[in-house]
Design a protein around this ligand. Sequence first.
Ligand code: ADP
Ligand code: MG
Length: 254
Amino acid sequence: MSVPMVRARAVRKHFGHLEVLKGIDLDVRPGEVVVVLGPSGSGKSTFLRCVNHLETIDGGSIHVDGELIGFEAAGGRVRHLRKRDVTRQRREIGMVFQQFNLFPHFTVLQNVMEAPVGVRGERREEARERAYALLRRVGLEDKAKGYPRQLSGGQQQRVAIARALAMRPKLMLFDEPTSALDPELVGEVLATMKGLAEDGLTMIVVTHEIGFAREVADRVVFMDDGVVVESGTPADVLDNPASPRTKAFLSRVL
Ligand code: ADP
Ligand code: MG
């Protein structure tokens, strides 16, 4: 058995008195696509943010590719990671948000090249060539010289995906990547993500797009109120949910 790409065990997180994650267990194997479903406020974004060091956890453990992320509070022992390890780990995990947050004064190409050159120290020519290849992969090579405001929301989100890929992540996290898009633009972003899945990228995708979950996910996880309620194949969870909470949620979104 290979090392899991993500191994979360009994992950807990609270904000003040609000307990948001109440013991999350989740494994993601290399190359696996896991879709996380759940009502608003169930802790989906917080969980992704913990995996990517945007939040620290209060208990349990998260490993990415065998390496500890954040804290490990098992046995009352709290371990802090060194800052330089955190920085390196964060570079190896790509994240795509609902809001694309492209740099408005940079061209599309500059948006994709910025981190490889500025953060990874890649040579400009090399980074440019690779940025073009990534823009080709998301179907936007012809927009390389354009600016974000000249693009549709769907195109901007595809640039954001190319930008994340430019850092050569071993894991990609998507937090409702199509929720801010007009309905007619959702499909092109999902198609791009499907392509990445087919290329073998390991992905955790928070989305309400049930069709995408059915078609692309290896596994579907349903979260509610800070816990994983159930997890299984898309057919298991979507067509034959075990929990009444999953049933109730699906009847609202389907
Ligand atoms: P989801 O992504 O499933 O909608 P979130 O992880 O965003 O859920 O939020 C879970 C709960 O945590 C919500 O009640 C939210 O208001 C709360 N929350 C999230 N981030 C913070 C924060 N930085 N400070 C306080 N409360 C937060
Ligand atoms: Mg969220």
